[in-house]
Structure formats: C-alpha cells, structure tokens
Design a protein around this ligand. Structure first.
Ligand code: FAD
Ligand code: NAD
Length: 475
C-alpha cells in the first residue's frame, strides 16, 4: 500500500471515523487506524460508542422500557395482555444486530468516501510517522502530513473493587449479562449508573445505586435533578447518596457491597456489581515518548481551542481531550479539525453542546443551569412548564416532568434550557438550534409549534418567562 497520506487518524470511534470521512470529503488522502476487536468477533470501527456504549445501551434501554410498559402501563390504555414474558437472548441478539449493522455501515461509508480503514494498533512516532501493527500482522510505517489522535477513553477501575469480568463488571460487562441479576449493585449514580441501572431494574433486578456525593446529578439544574430523583424513587430505584464504597466481601448469601455514610458502615447483598465511576482518557501505547505530545496531570492530551496538540500538525479530538465525554462533541471536533486541515474556517461552539440521559423520564439540557448563573452573578429570568399540562404527554401517558428556560433579564437571550420528561433528548434539539442562533425567549414565543406536540412545552416555558403561558397559571 502507499504509506503516505494527507491525514492519518488513530482511533475509529465517533471522533476519529467522522474526522476521516470529512477529511476524505475534502479530497485529502486519509487513513483511519483502529484497534477495536469484539471478543470472538471481527474487528469493527465505531469505538466505544457503537460497540460498547451509546448504541448497545440505547438498544437495551428501548427494549427494557417497552417490556416495562407492556407489563405495567399498557393496561392504562385499555390494552390487556394476558402474560408478558422476557426473552433476554432475543433482546441481546437484537442489540447485537443493531451494533453490527451500524459498524458495518462505517465500513461502507469509508469505502464510499475513499477512506483507507486499517484494523490494528497505531503508535505516533516523531516527525508524523505512525507505527501500524495490524491484528496478527507485521508492523509497518505510515506517514501523515497531518495526524489526528482519537483514541477515546476507558472505564475507571476502583483499586478496592477490581473488575473480574463476571460479578464485578464495567459498563460493557453490564451490557452483556446473559441473565437478569436478581440483585444488582451499581457504584456511581452518574449517566451510566442511571441508564444501566434503569435497564436491569425494568427487566426485574432489584437495583441499589451507591453514590459518593451528597448531591444527586450535580451537573444538572437543581430543580430538574430533584424532579428526576423523585421519579426514580417512585420507580423503585434505590439511590443512596453520600455513600463511600469501601470494598466487597463474600458470605453465604453471595457478594456484599460495603460502604460508609454519615450513619455508619453498611453492606448490600448483591449478585453482581457494575462499577460506573467515570472514564479516563486512553493513551496506553499511543505515543512514543519522543513524539512531543503533551499530556495533562489527568492524562488528557493537551489541546488548544482548535484541537492542536503540542506537536506540529498533530491534533487530538474526542474523549482523549478536555470537555464532556460525549460522542457528538467528539464528532464535531473531528469535523472542525478536518475542515481546518483543508484550509477552511471552523470552530466548535462548546457553549451549546447538549447532554441527554436516556432514562425514563429522559433528562436533557443545554447551556447554563440556574445555579451556575447565580454563582456567576448573571441576572436571569426563568419560565417553566409542566408536562402534566401537555395534551400530547397526557395522550402518551407520560406526563411526568417539566421544561425550564433561563434567559438574561437584560437582553432576553436564552442562556439555558433544561428538560426532564418524555422525549427530552429529542426536544432539546430545538433549544440547541435556538441557542446556536442566539435566540431570545421572544423568538421562541413567536415560533409556531404544532398541536398537540411535546414541543409545545418549550413554547409554553418560553411564554412563562414573561408570565404569559397560556396553559398554566402564571405566578
Ligand atoms: P472511542 O469511542 O472510545 O473510540 C476510540 C477508538 O480508538 C476505539 O475504537 C479504540 O479501540 C481505538 N484506539 C485507542 N487507542 C488506539 C491505538 N493506539 N491504535 C488504534 N486504535 C486505538 N455518549 C453520547 O454522546 N451519547 C450516549 O448515549 C452515550 N452513551 C454511552 C454509554 C456507555 C455505556 C458508555 C461507556 C459511553 C457512552 N457515551 C455516550 C460516551 C461515548 O461513547 C464517548 O463519548 C465516545 O465514544 C467517544 O468517542 P471517541 O471517538 O473519542 O472514542
Ligand atoms: P459520570 O461522571 O457520569 O458518573 C460517575 C459517578 O460516580 C459520579 O456521580 C461520581 O460522583 C460517582 N463516583 C465516583 N467515584 C465513586 C466512588 N468511589 N463511590 C461511589 N460513587 C463514585 O461517569 P459515568 O457514568 O461512568 O460515565 C462516563 C462518561 O460516559 C460520562 O462522562 C458520560 O458523559 C459518558 N456517557 C454519556 C452518556 C449519555 O450521553 N447518555 C451515557 C453514558 C455515558
């Protein structure tokens, strides 16, 4: 093969593969090296997101929610089902099929765009040389005029509770259970803990989530987090805050998860433990010490606003650099870098990266929380609208939650939108677009929303900012 490329990308997750496609669209000769190999399966592009993150988790969230609704909520619609039973093998098979279709899709996109996809390990050497070792093959040297590092992240392991791949697992392990654990312990009430805790709770596990912090979802607007916590409690998720995990022990009842809180020491008997205490940037074997790429004290590759590293013509994008560990953030960085390499102007607007937690109800937000604005001394006005007054949410039998909008008292510009409720992850798109266009709440108020849709909750919350909501009492 010709071993010289305009762009060589190491890492084929949503940051790397998107950067590769955009580079090729610019007419740049592009290679994307990726090391991912599913156990017992062929190598696959797509990284954590497609193989062990976003996609398999959303497939199981969807299936488990349907199972839960069939068992507990369809009766409210007058639909009687004599017996609902679970075929976990079929559910897992469906998930795997979706993953395979999407990872195969990247192969097709690479082919269609002329990206050279290379399965194996890449290491950056000095002077933009990359040492490529194919799975089971001989090492060769590849040269890139430009290099993009997109090696992603990996789960943090607690020294006191090491993964054993059977009873103590990371998020990937928790997506692969072949039977529903009767009692599941989850360490960390963050995004993964709540999403995967919800999956197995809906499928029948008794789930206890232990969280070190006293505050529930501190990155979420306080009012929204409180409402979410109330809903999860109603569902029976046992979330214990201020709980410092000590370790595990075994007795005749099985595995014991041990933690301390202000009341003292506690043990929870569980069958399996999912450790979901965050992820760390992954750079193992990525960088020759002489490559000149600087890491910070937490192991992230240091980059500037344009994702340039400390080495000339070497960029880094996605989970391996600062910022939220989200697939769409990494993809936007990949697009920006490819555009910059091609000589275009490009930037990422980090102020409007949406976040979504795919629980039921979903939680989604963009921009600042009320607490952040208060702390920064920004005078703001708020408007909120409860889904209990949304005709569509009622028709869906999913009327829990609210939409909240924060806007500048001075200029009316929208500063943050926060939703806990049905399809919040879809609804937030309108708020992201409005904020990208620097809209005011008056812009949203004067935008016609279809009736009856969930989007009317955003319209009404915008009206509520000026105490002009139509379907709520303005106070
Ligand atoms: P990754 O997806 O981690 O990809 C990096 C790739 O680089 C991997 O394939 C890896 O094998 C490869 N690689 C690493 N080093 C080398 C090397 N030296 N040589 C060759 N290849 C290498 N985010 C969302 O936005 N929405 C979600 O719903 C969501 N759900 C998630 C659910 C779970 C359970 C988890 C764990 C994560 C979830 N995330 C979600 C986070 C999302 O998966 C990450 O933000 C995203 O995958 C980061 O993309 P990336 O391309 O930077 O890295
Ligand atoms: P997280 O940072 O969201 O949550 C980790 C939680 O574990 C925190 O609340 C933290 O306080 C707690 N914790 C840390 N150490 C602990 C200890 N010793 N005992 C008890 N609790 C402890 O991390 P995560 O849930 O592992 O997710 C990792 C990343 O993946 C996140 O950055 C997230 O953005 C991304 N992700 C995103 C999505 C999504 O977009 N829907 C879904 C899953 C994961």
């Amino acid at each position: 093969m010709d071993n010289r490329f305009d762009v060589v990308i190491i890492g084929g997750g949503p940051a790397g593969y998107v950067a590769a496609i955009r580079s090729a669209q610019h007419g740049l000769s592009t290679a994307c090296i990726d090391a991912w190999q599913n156990p017992g399966g062929p190598p696959a592009f797509g990284g954590t997101c497609l193989n062990a993150g976003c996609i398999p988790s959303k497939a199981l969230l969807e299936s488990s929610e349907l199972y839960h609704r069939a068992r507990n909520e369809l009766g409210n619609h007058g639909i009687k089902i004599a017996k609902v039973s679970l075929d976990l093998d079929a559910m897992q098979q469906r998930k795997s099929t979706i993953v395979q279709q999407l990872t195969d899709g990247i192969h097709s996109l690479f082919e269609a765009n002329g990206v050279r996809g290379l399965h194996g390990h890449g290491q950056l050497l000095p002077n933009n040389q990359v040492q490529f070792t194919p799975h089971g093959g001989d090492t060769e040297l590849i040269e890139g005029e430009n290099i993009i590092l997109a090696s992603g992240s990996t789960p943090i392991e607690l020294p006191s509770i090491p993964f054993d791949g059977k009873k103590i697992v990371d998020s990937w392990g928790a997506l692969e259970f072949d039977e529903v654990p009767q009692r599941l312990g989850v360490i960390g009430a963050g995004v993964i803990g709540l999403e995967l805790g919800s999956v197995w709770h809906r499928l029948g596990s008794s789930v206890a989530i232990v969280e070190a912090l006293d505050q529930f979802l501190p990155m979420v607007d306080g009012q929204i987090a409180r409402e979410a916590q109330r809903q999860f409690k109603r569902q029976g998720l046992d979330i214990r805050l201020g709980a410092m995990v000590r370790g595990t022990a075994t007795d005749k009842s099985g595995l014991l998860l041990q933690y301390d809180d202000q009341q003292g020491s506690h043990e929870i008997a569980v069958d399996k433990v999912v450790v979901a205490v965050g992820r760390r940037p992954y750079t193992d074997g990525l960088l020759d010490p002489l490559a000149g790429v600087e890491l910070d004290d937490r192991g992230f590759i240091v980059v500037d606003k344009a994702c340039r590293t400390s080495a000339p013509n070497v960029y880094a994008v996605g989970d391996v650099v600062r910022g939220p560990m989200l697939a769409h953030k990494g993809s936007e960085e990949g697009i920006m870098v490819a555009d910059l390499i091609a000589g275009d102007r490009a930037e990422v607007n980090y102020d409007v990266v949406p976040s979504v937690i795919y629980t039921a109800p979903e939680i989604a937000w963009v921009g600042k929380t009320e607490e952040e604005l208060q702390a920064a001394g920004v005078a703001c006005k708020t408007g909120s609208f409860s889904f209990a007054a949304s005709a569509r949410a009622k028709a869906m039998d999913q009327a829990a939650g609210l939409t909240k909008i924060l806007a500048s008292s001075e200029t009316d510009r929208i500063l943050g939108v926060h939703i806990v409720g049905p399809m919040a992850g879809e609804l937030i798109g309108e708020a992201v677009l409005a904020m990208e266009f620097q809209a005011s709440t008056e812009d949203l108020q004067r935008t016609i929303h279809g009736h009856p849709t969930l989007t009317e909750a955003i319209h009404e919350a915008a009206l509520a900012v000026d105490r002009r909501a139509i379907h709520a009492i303005n106070r």
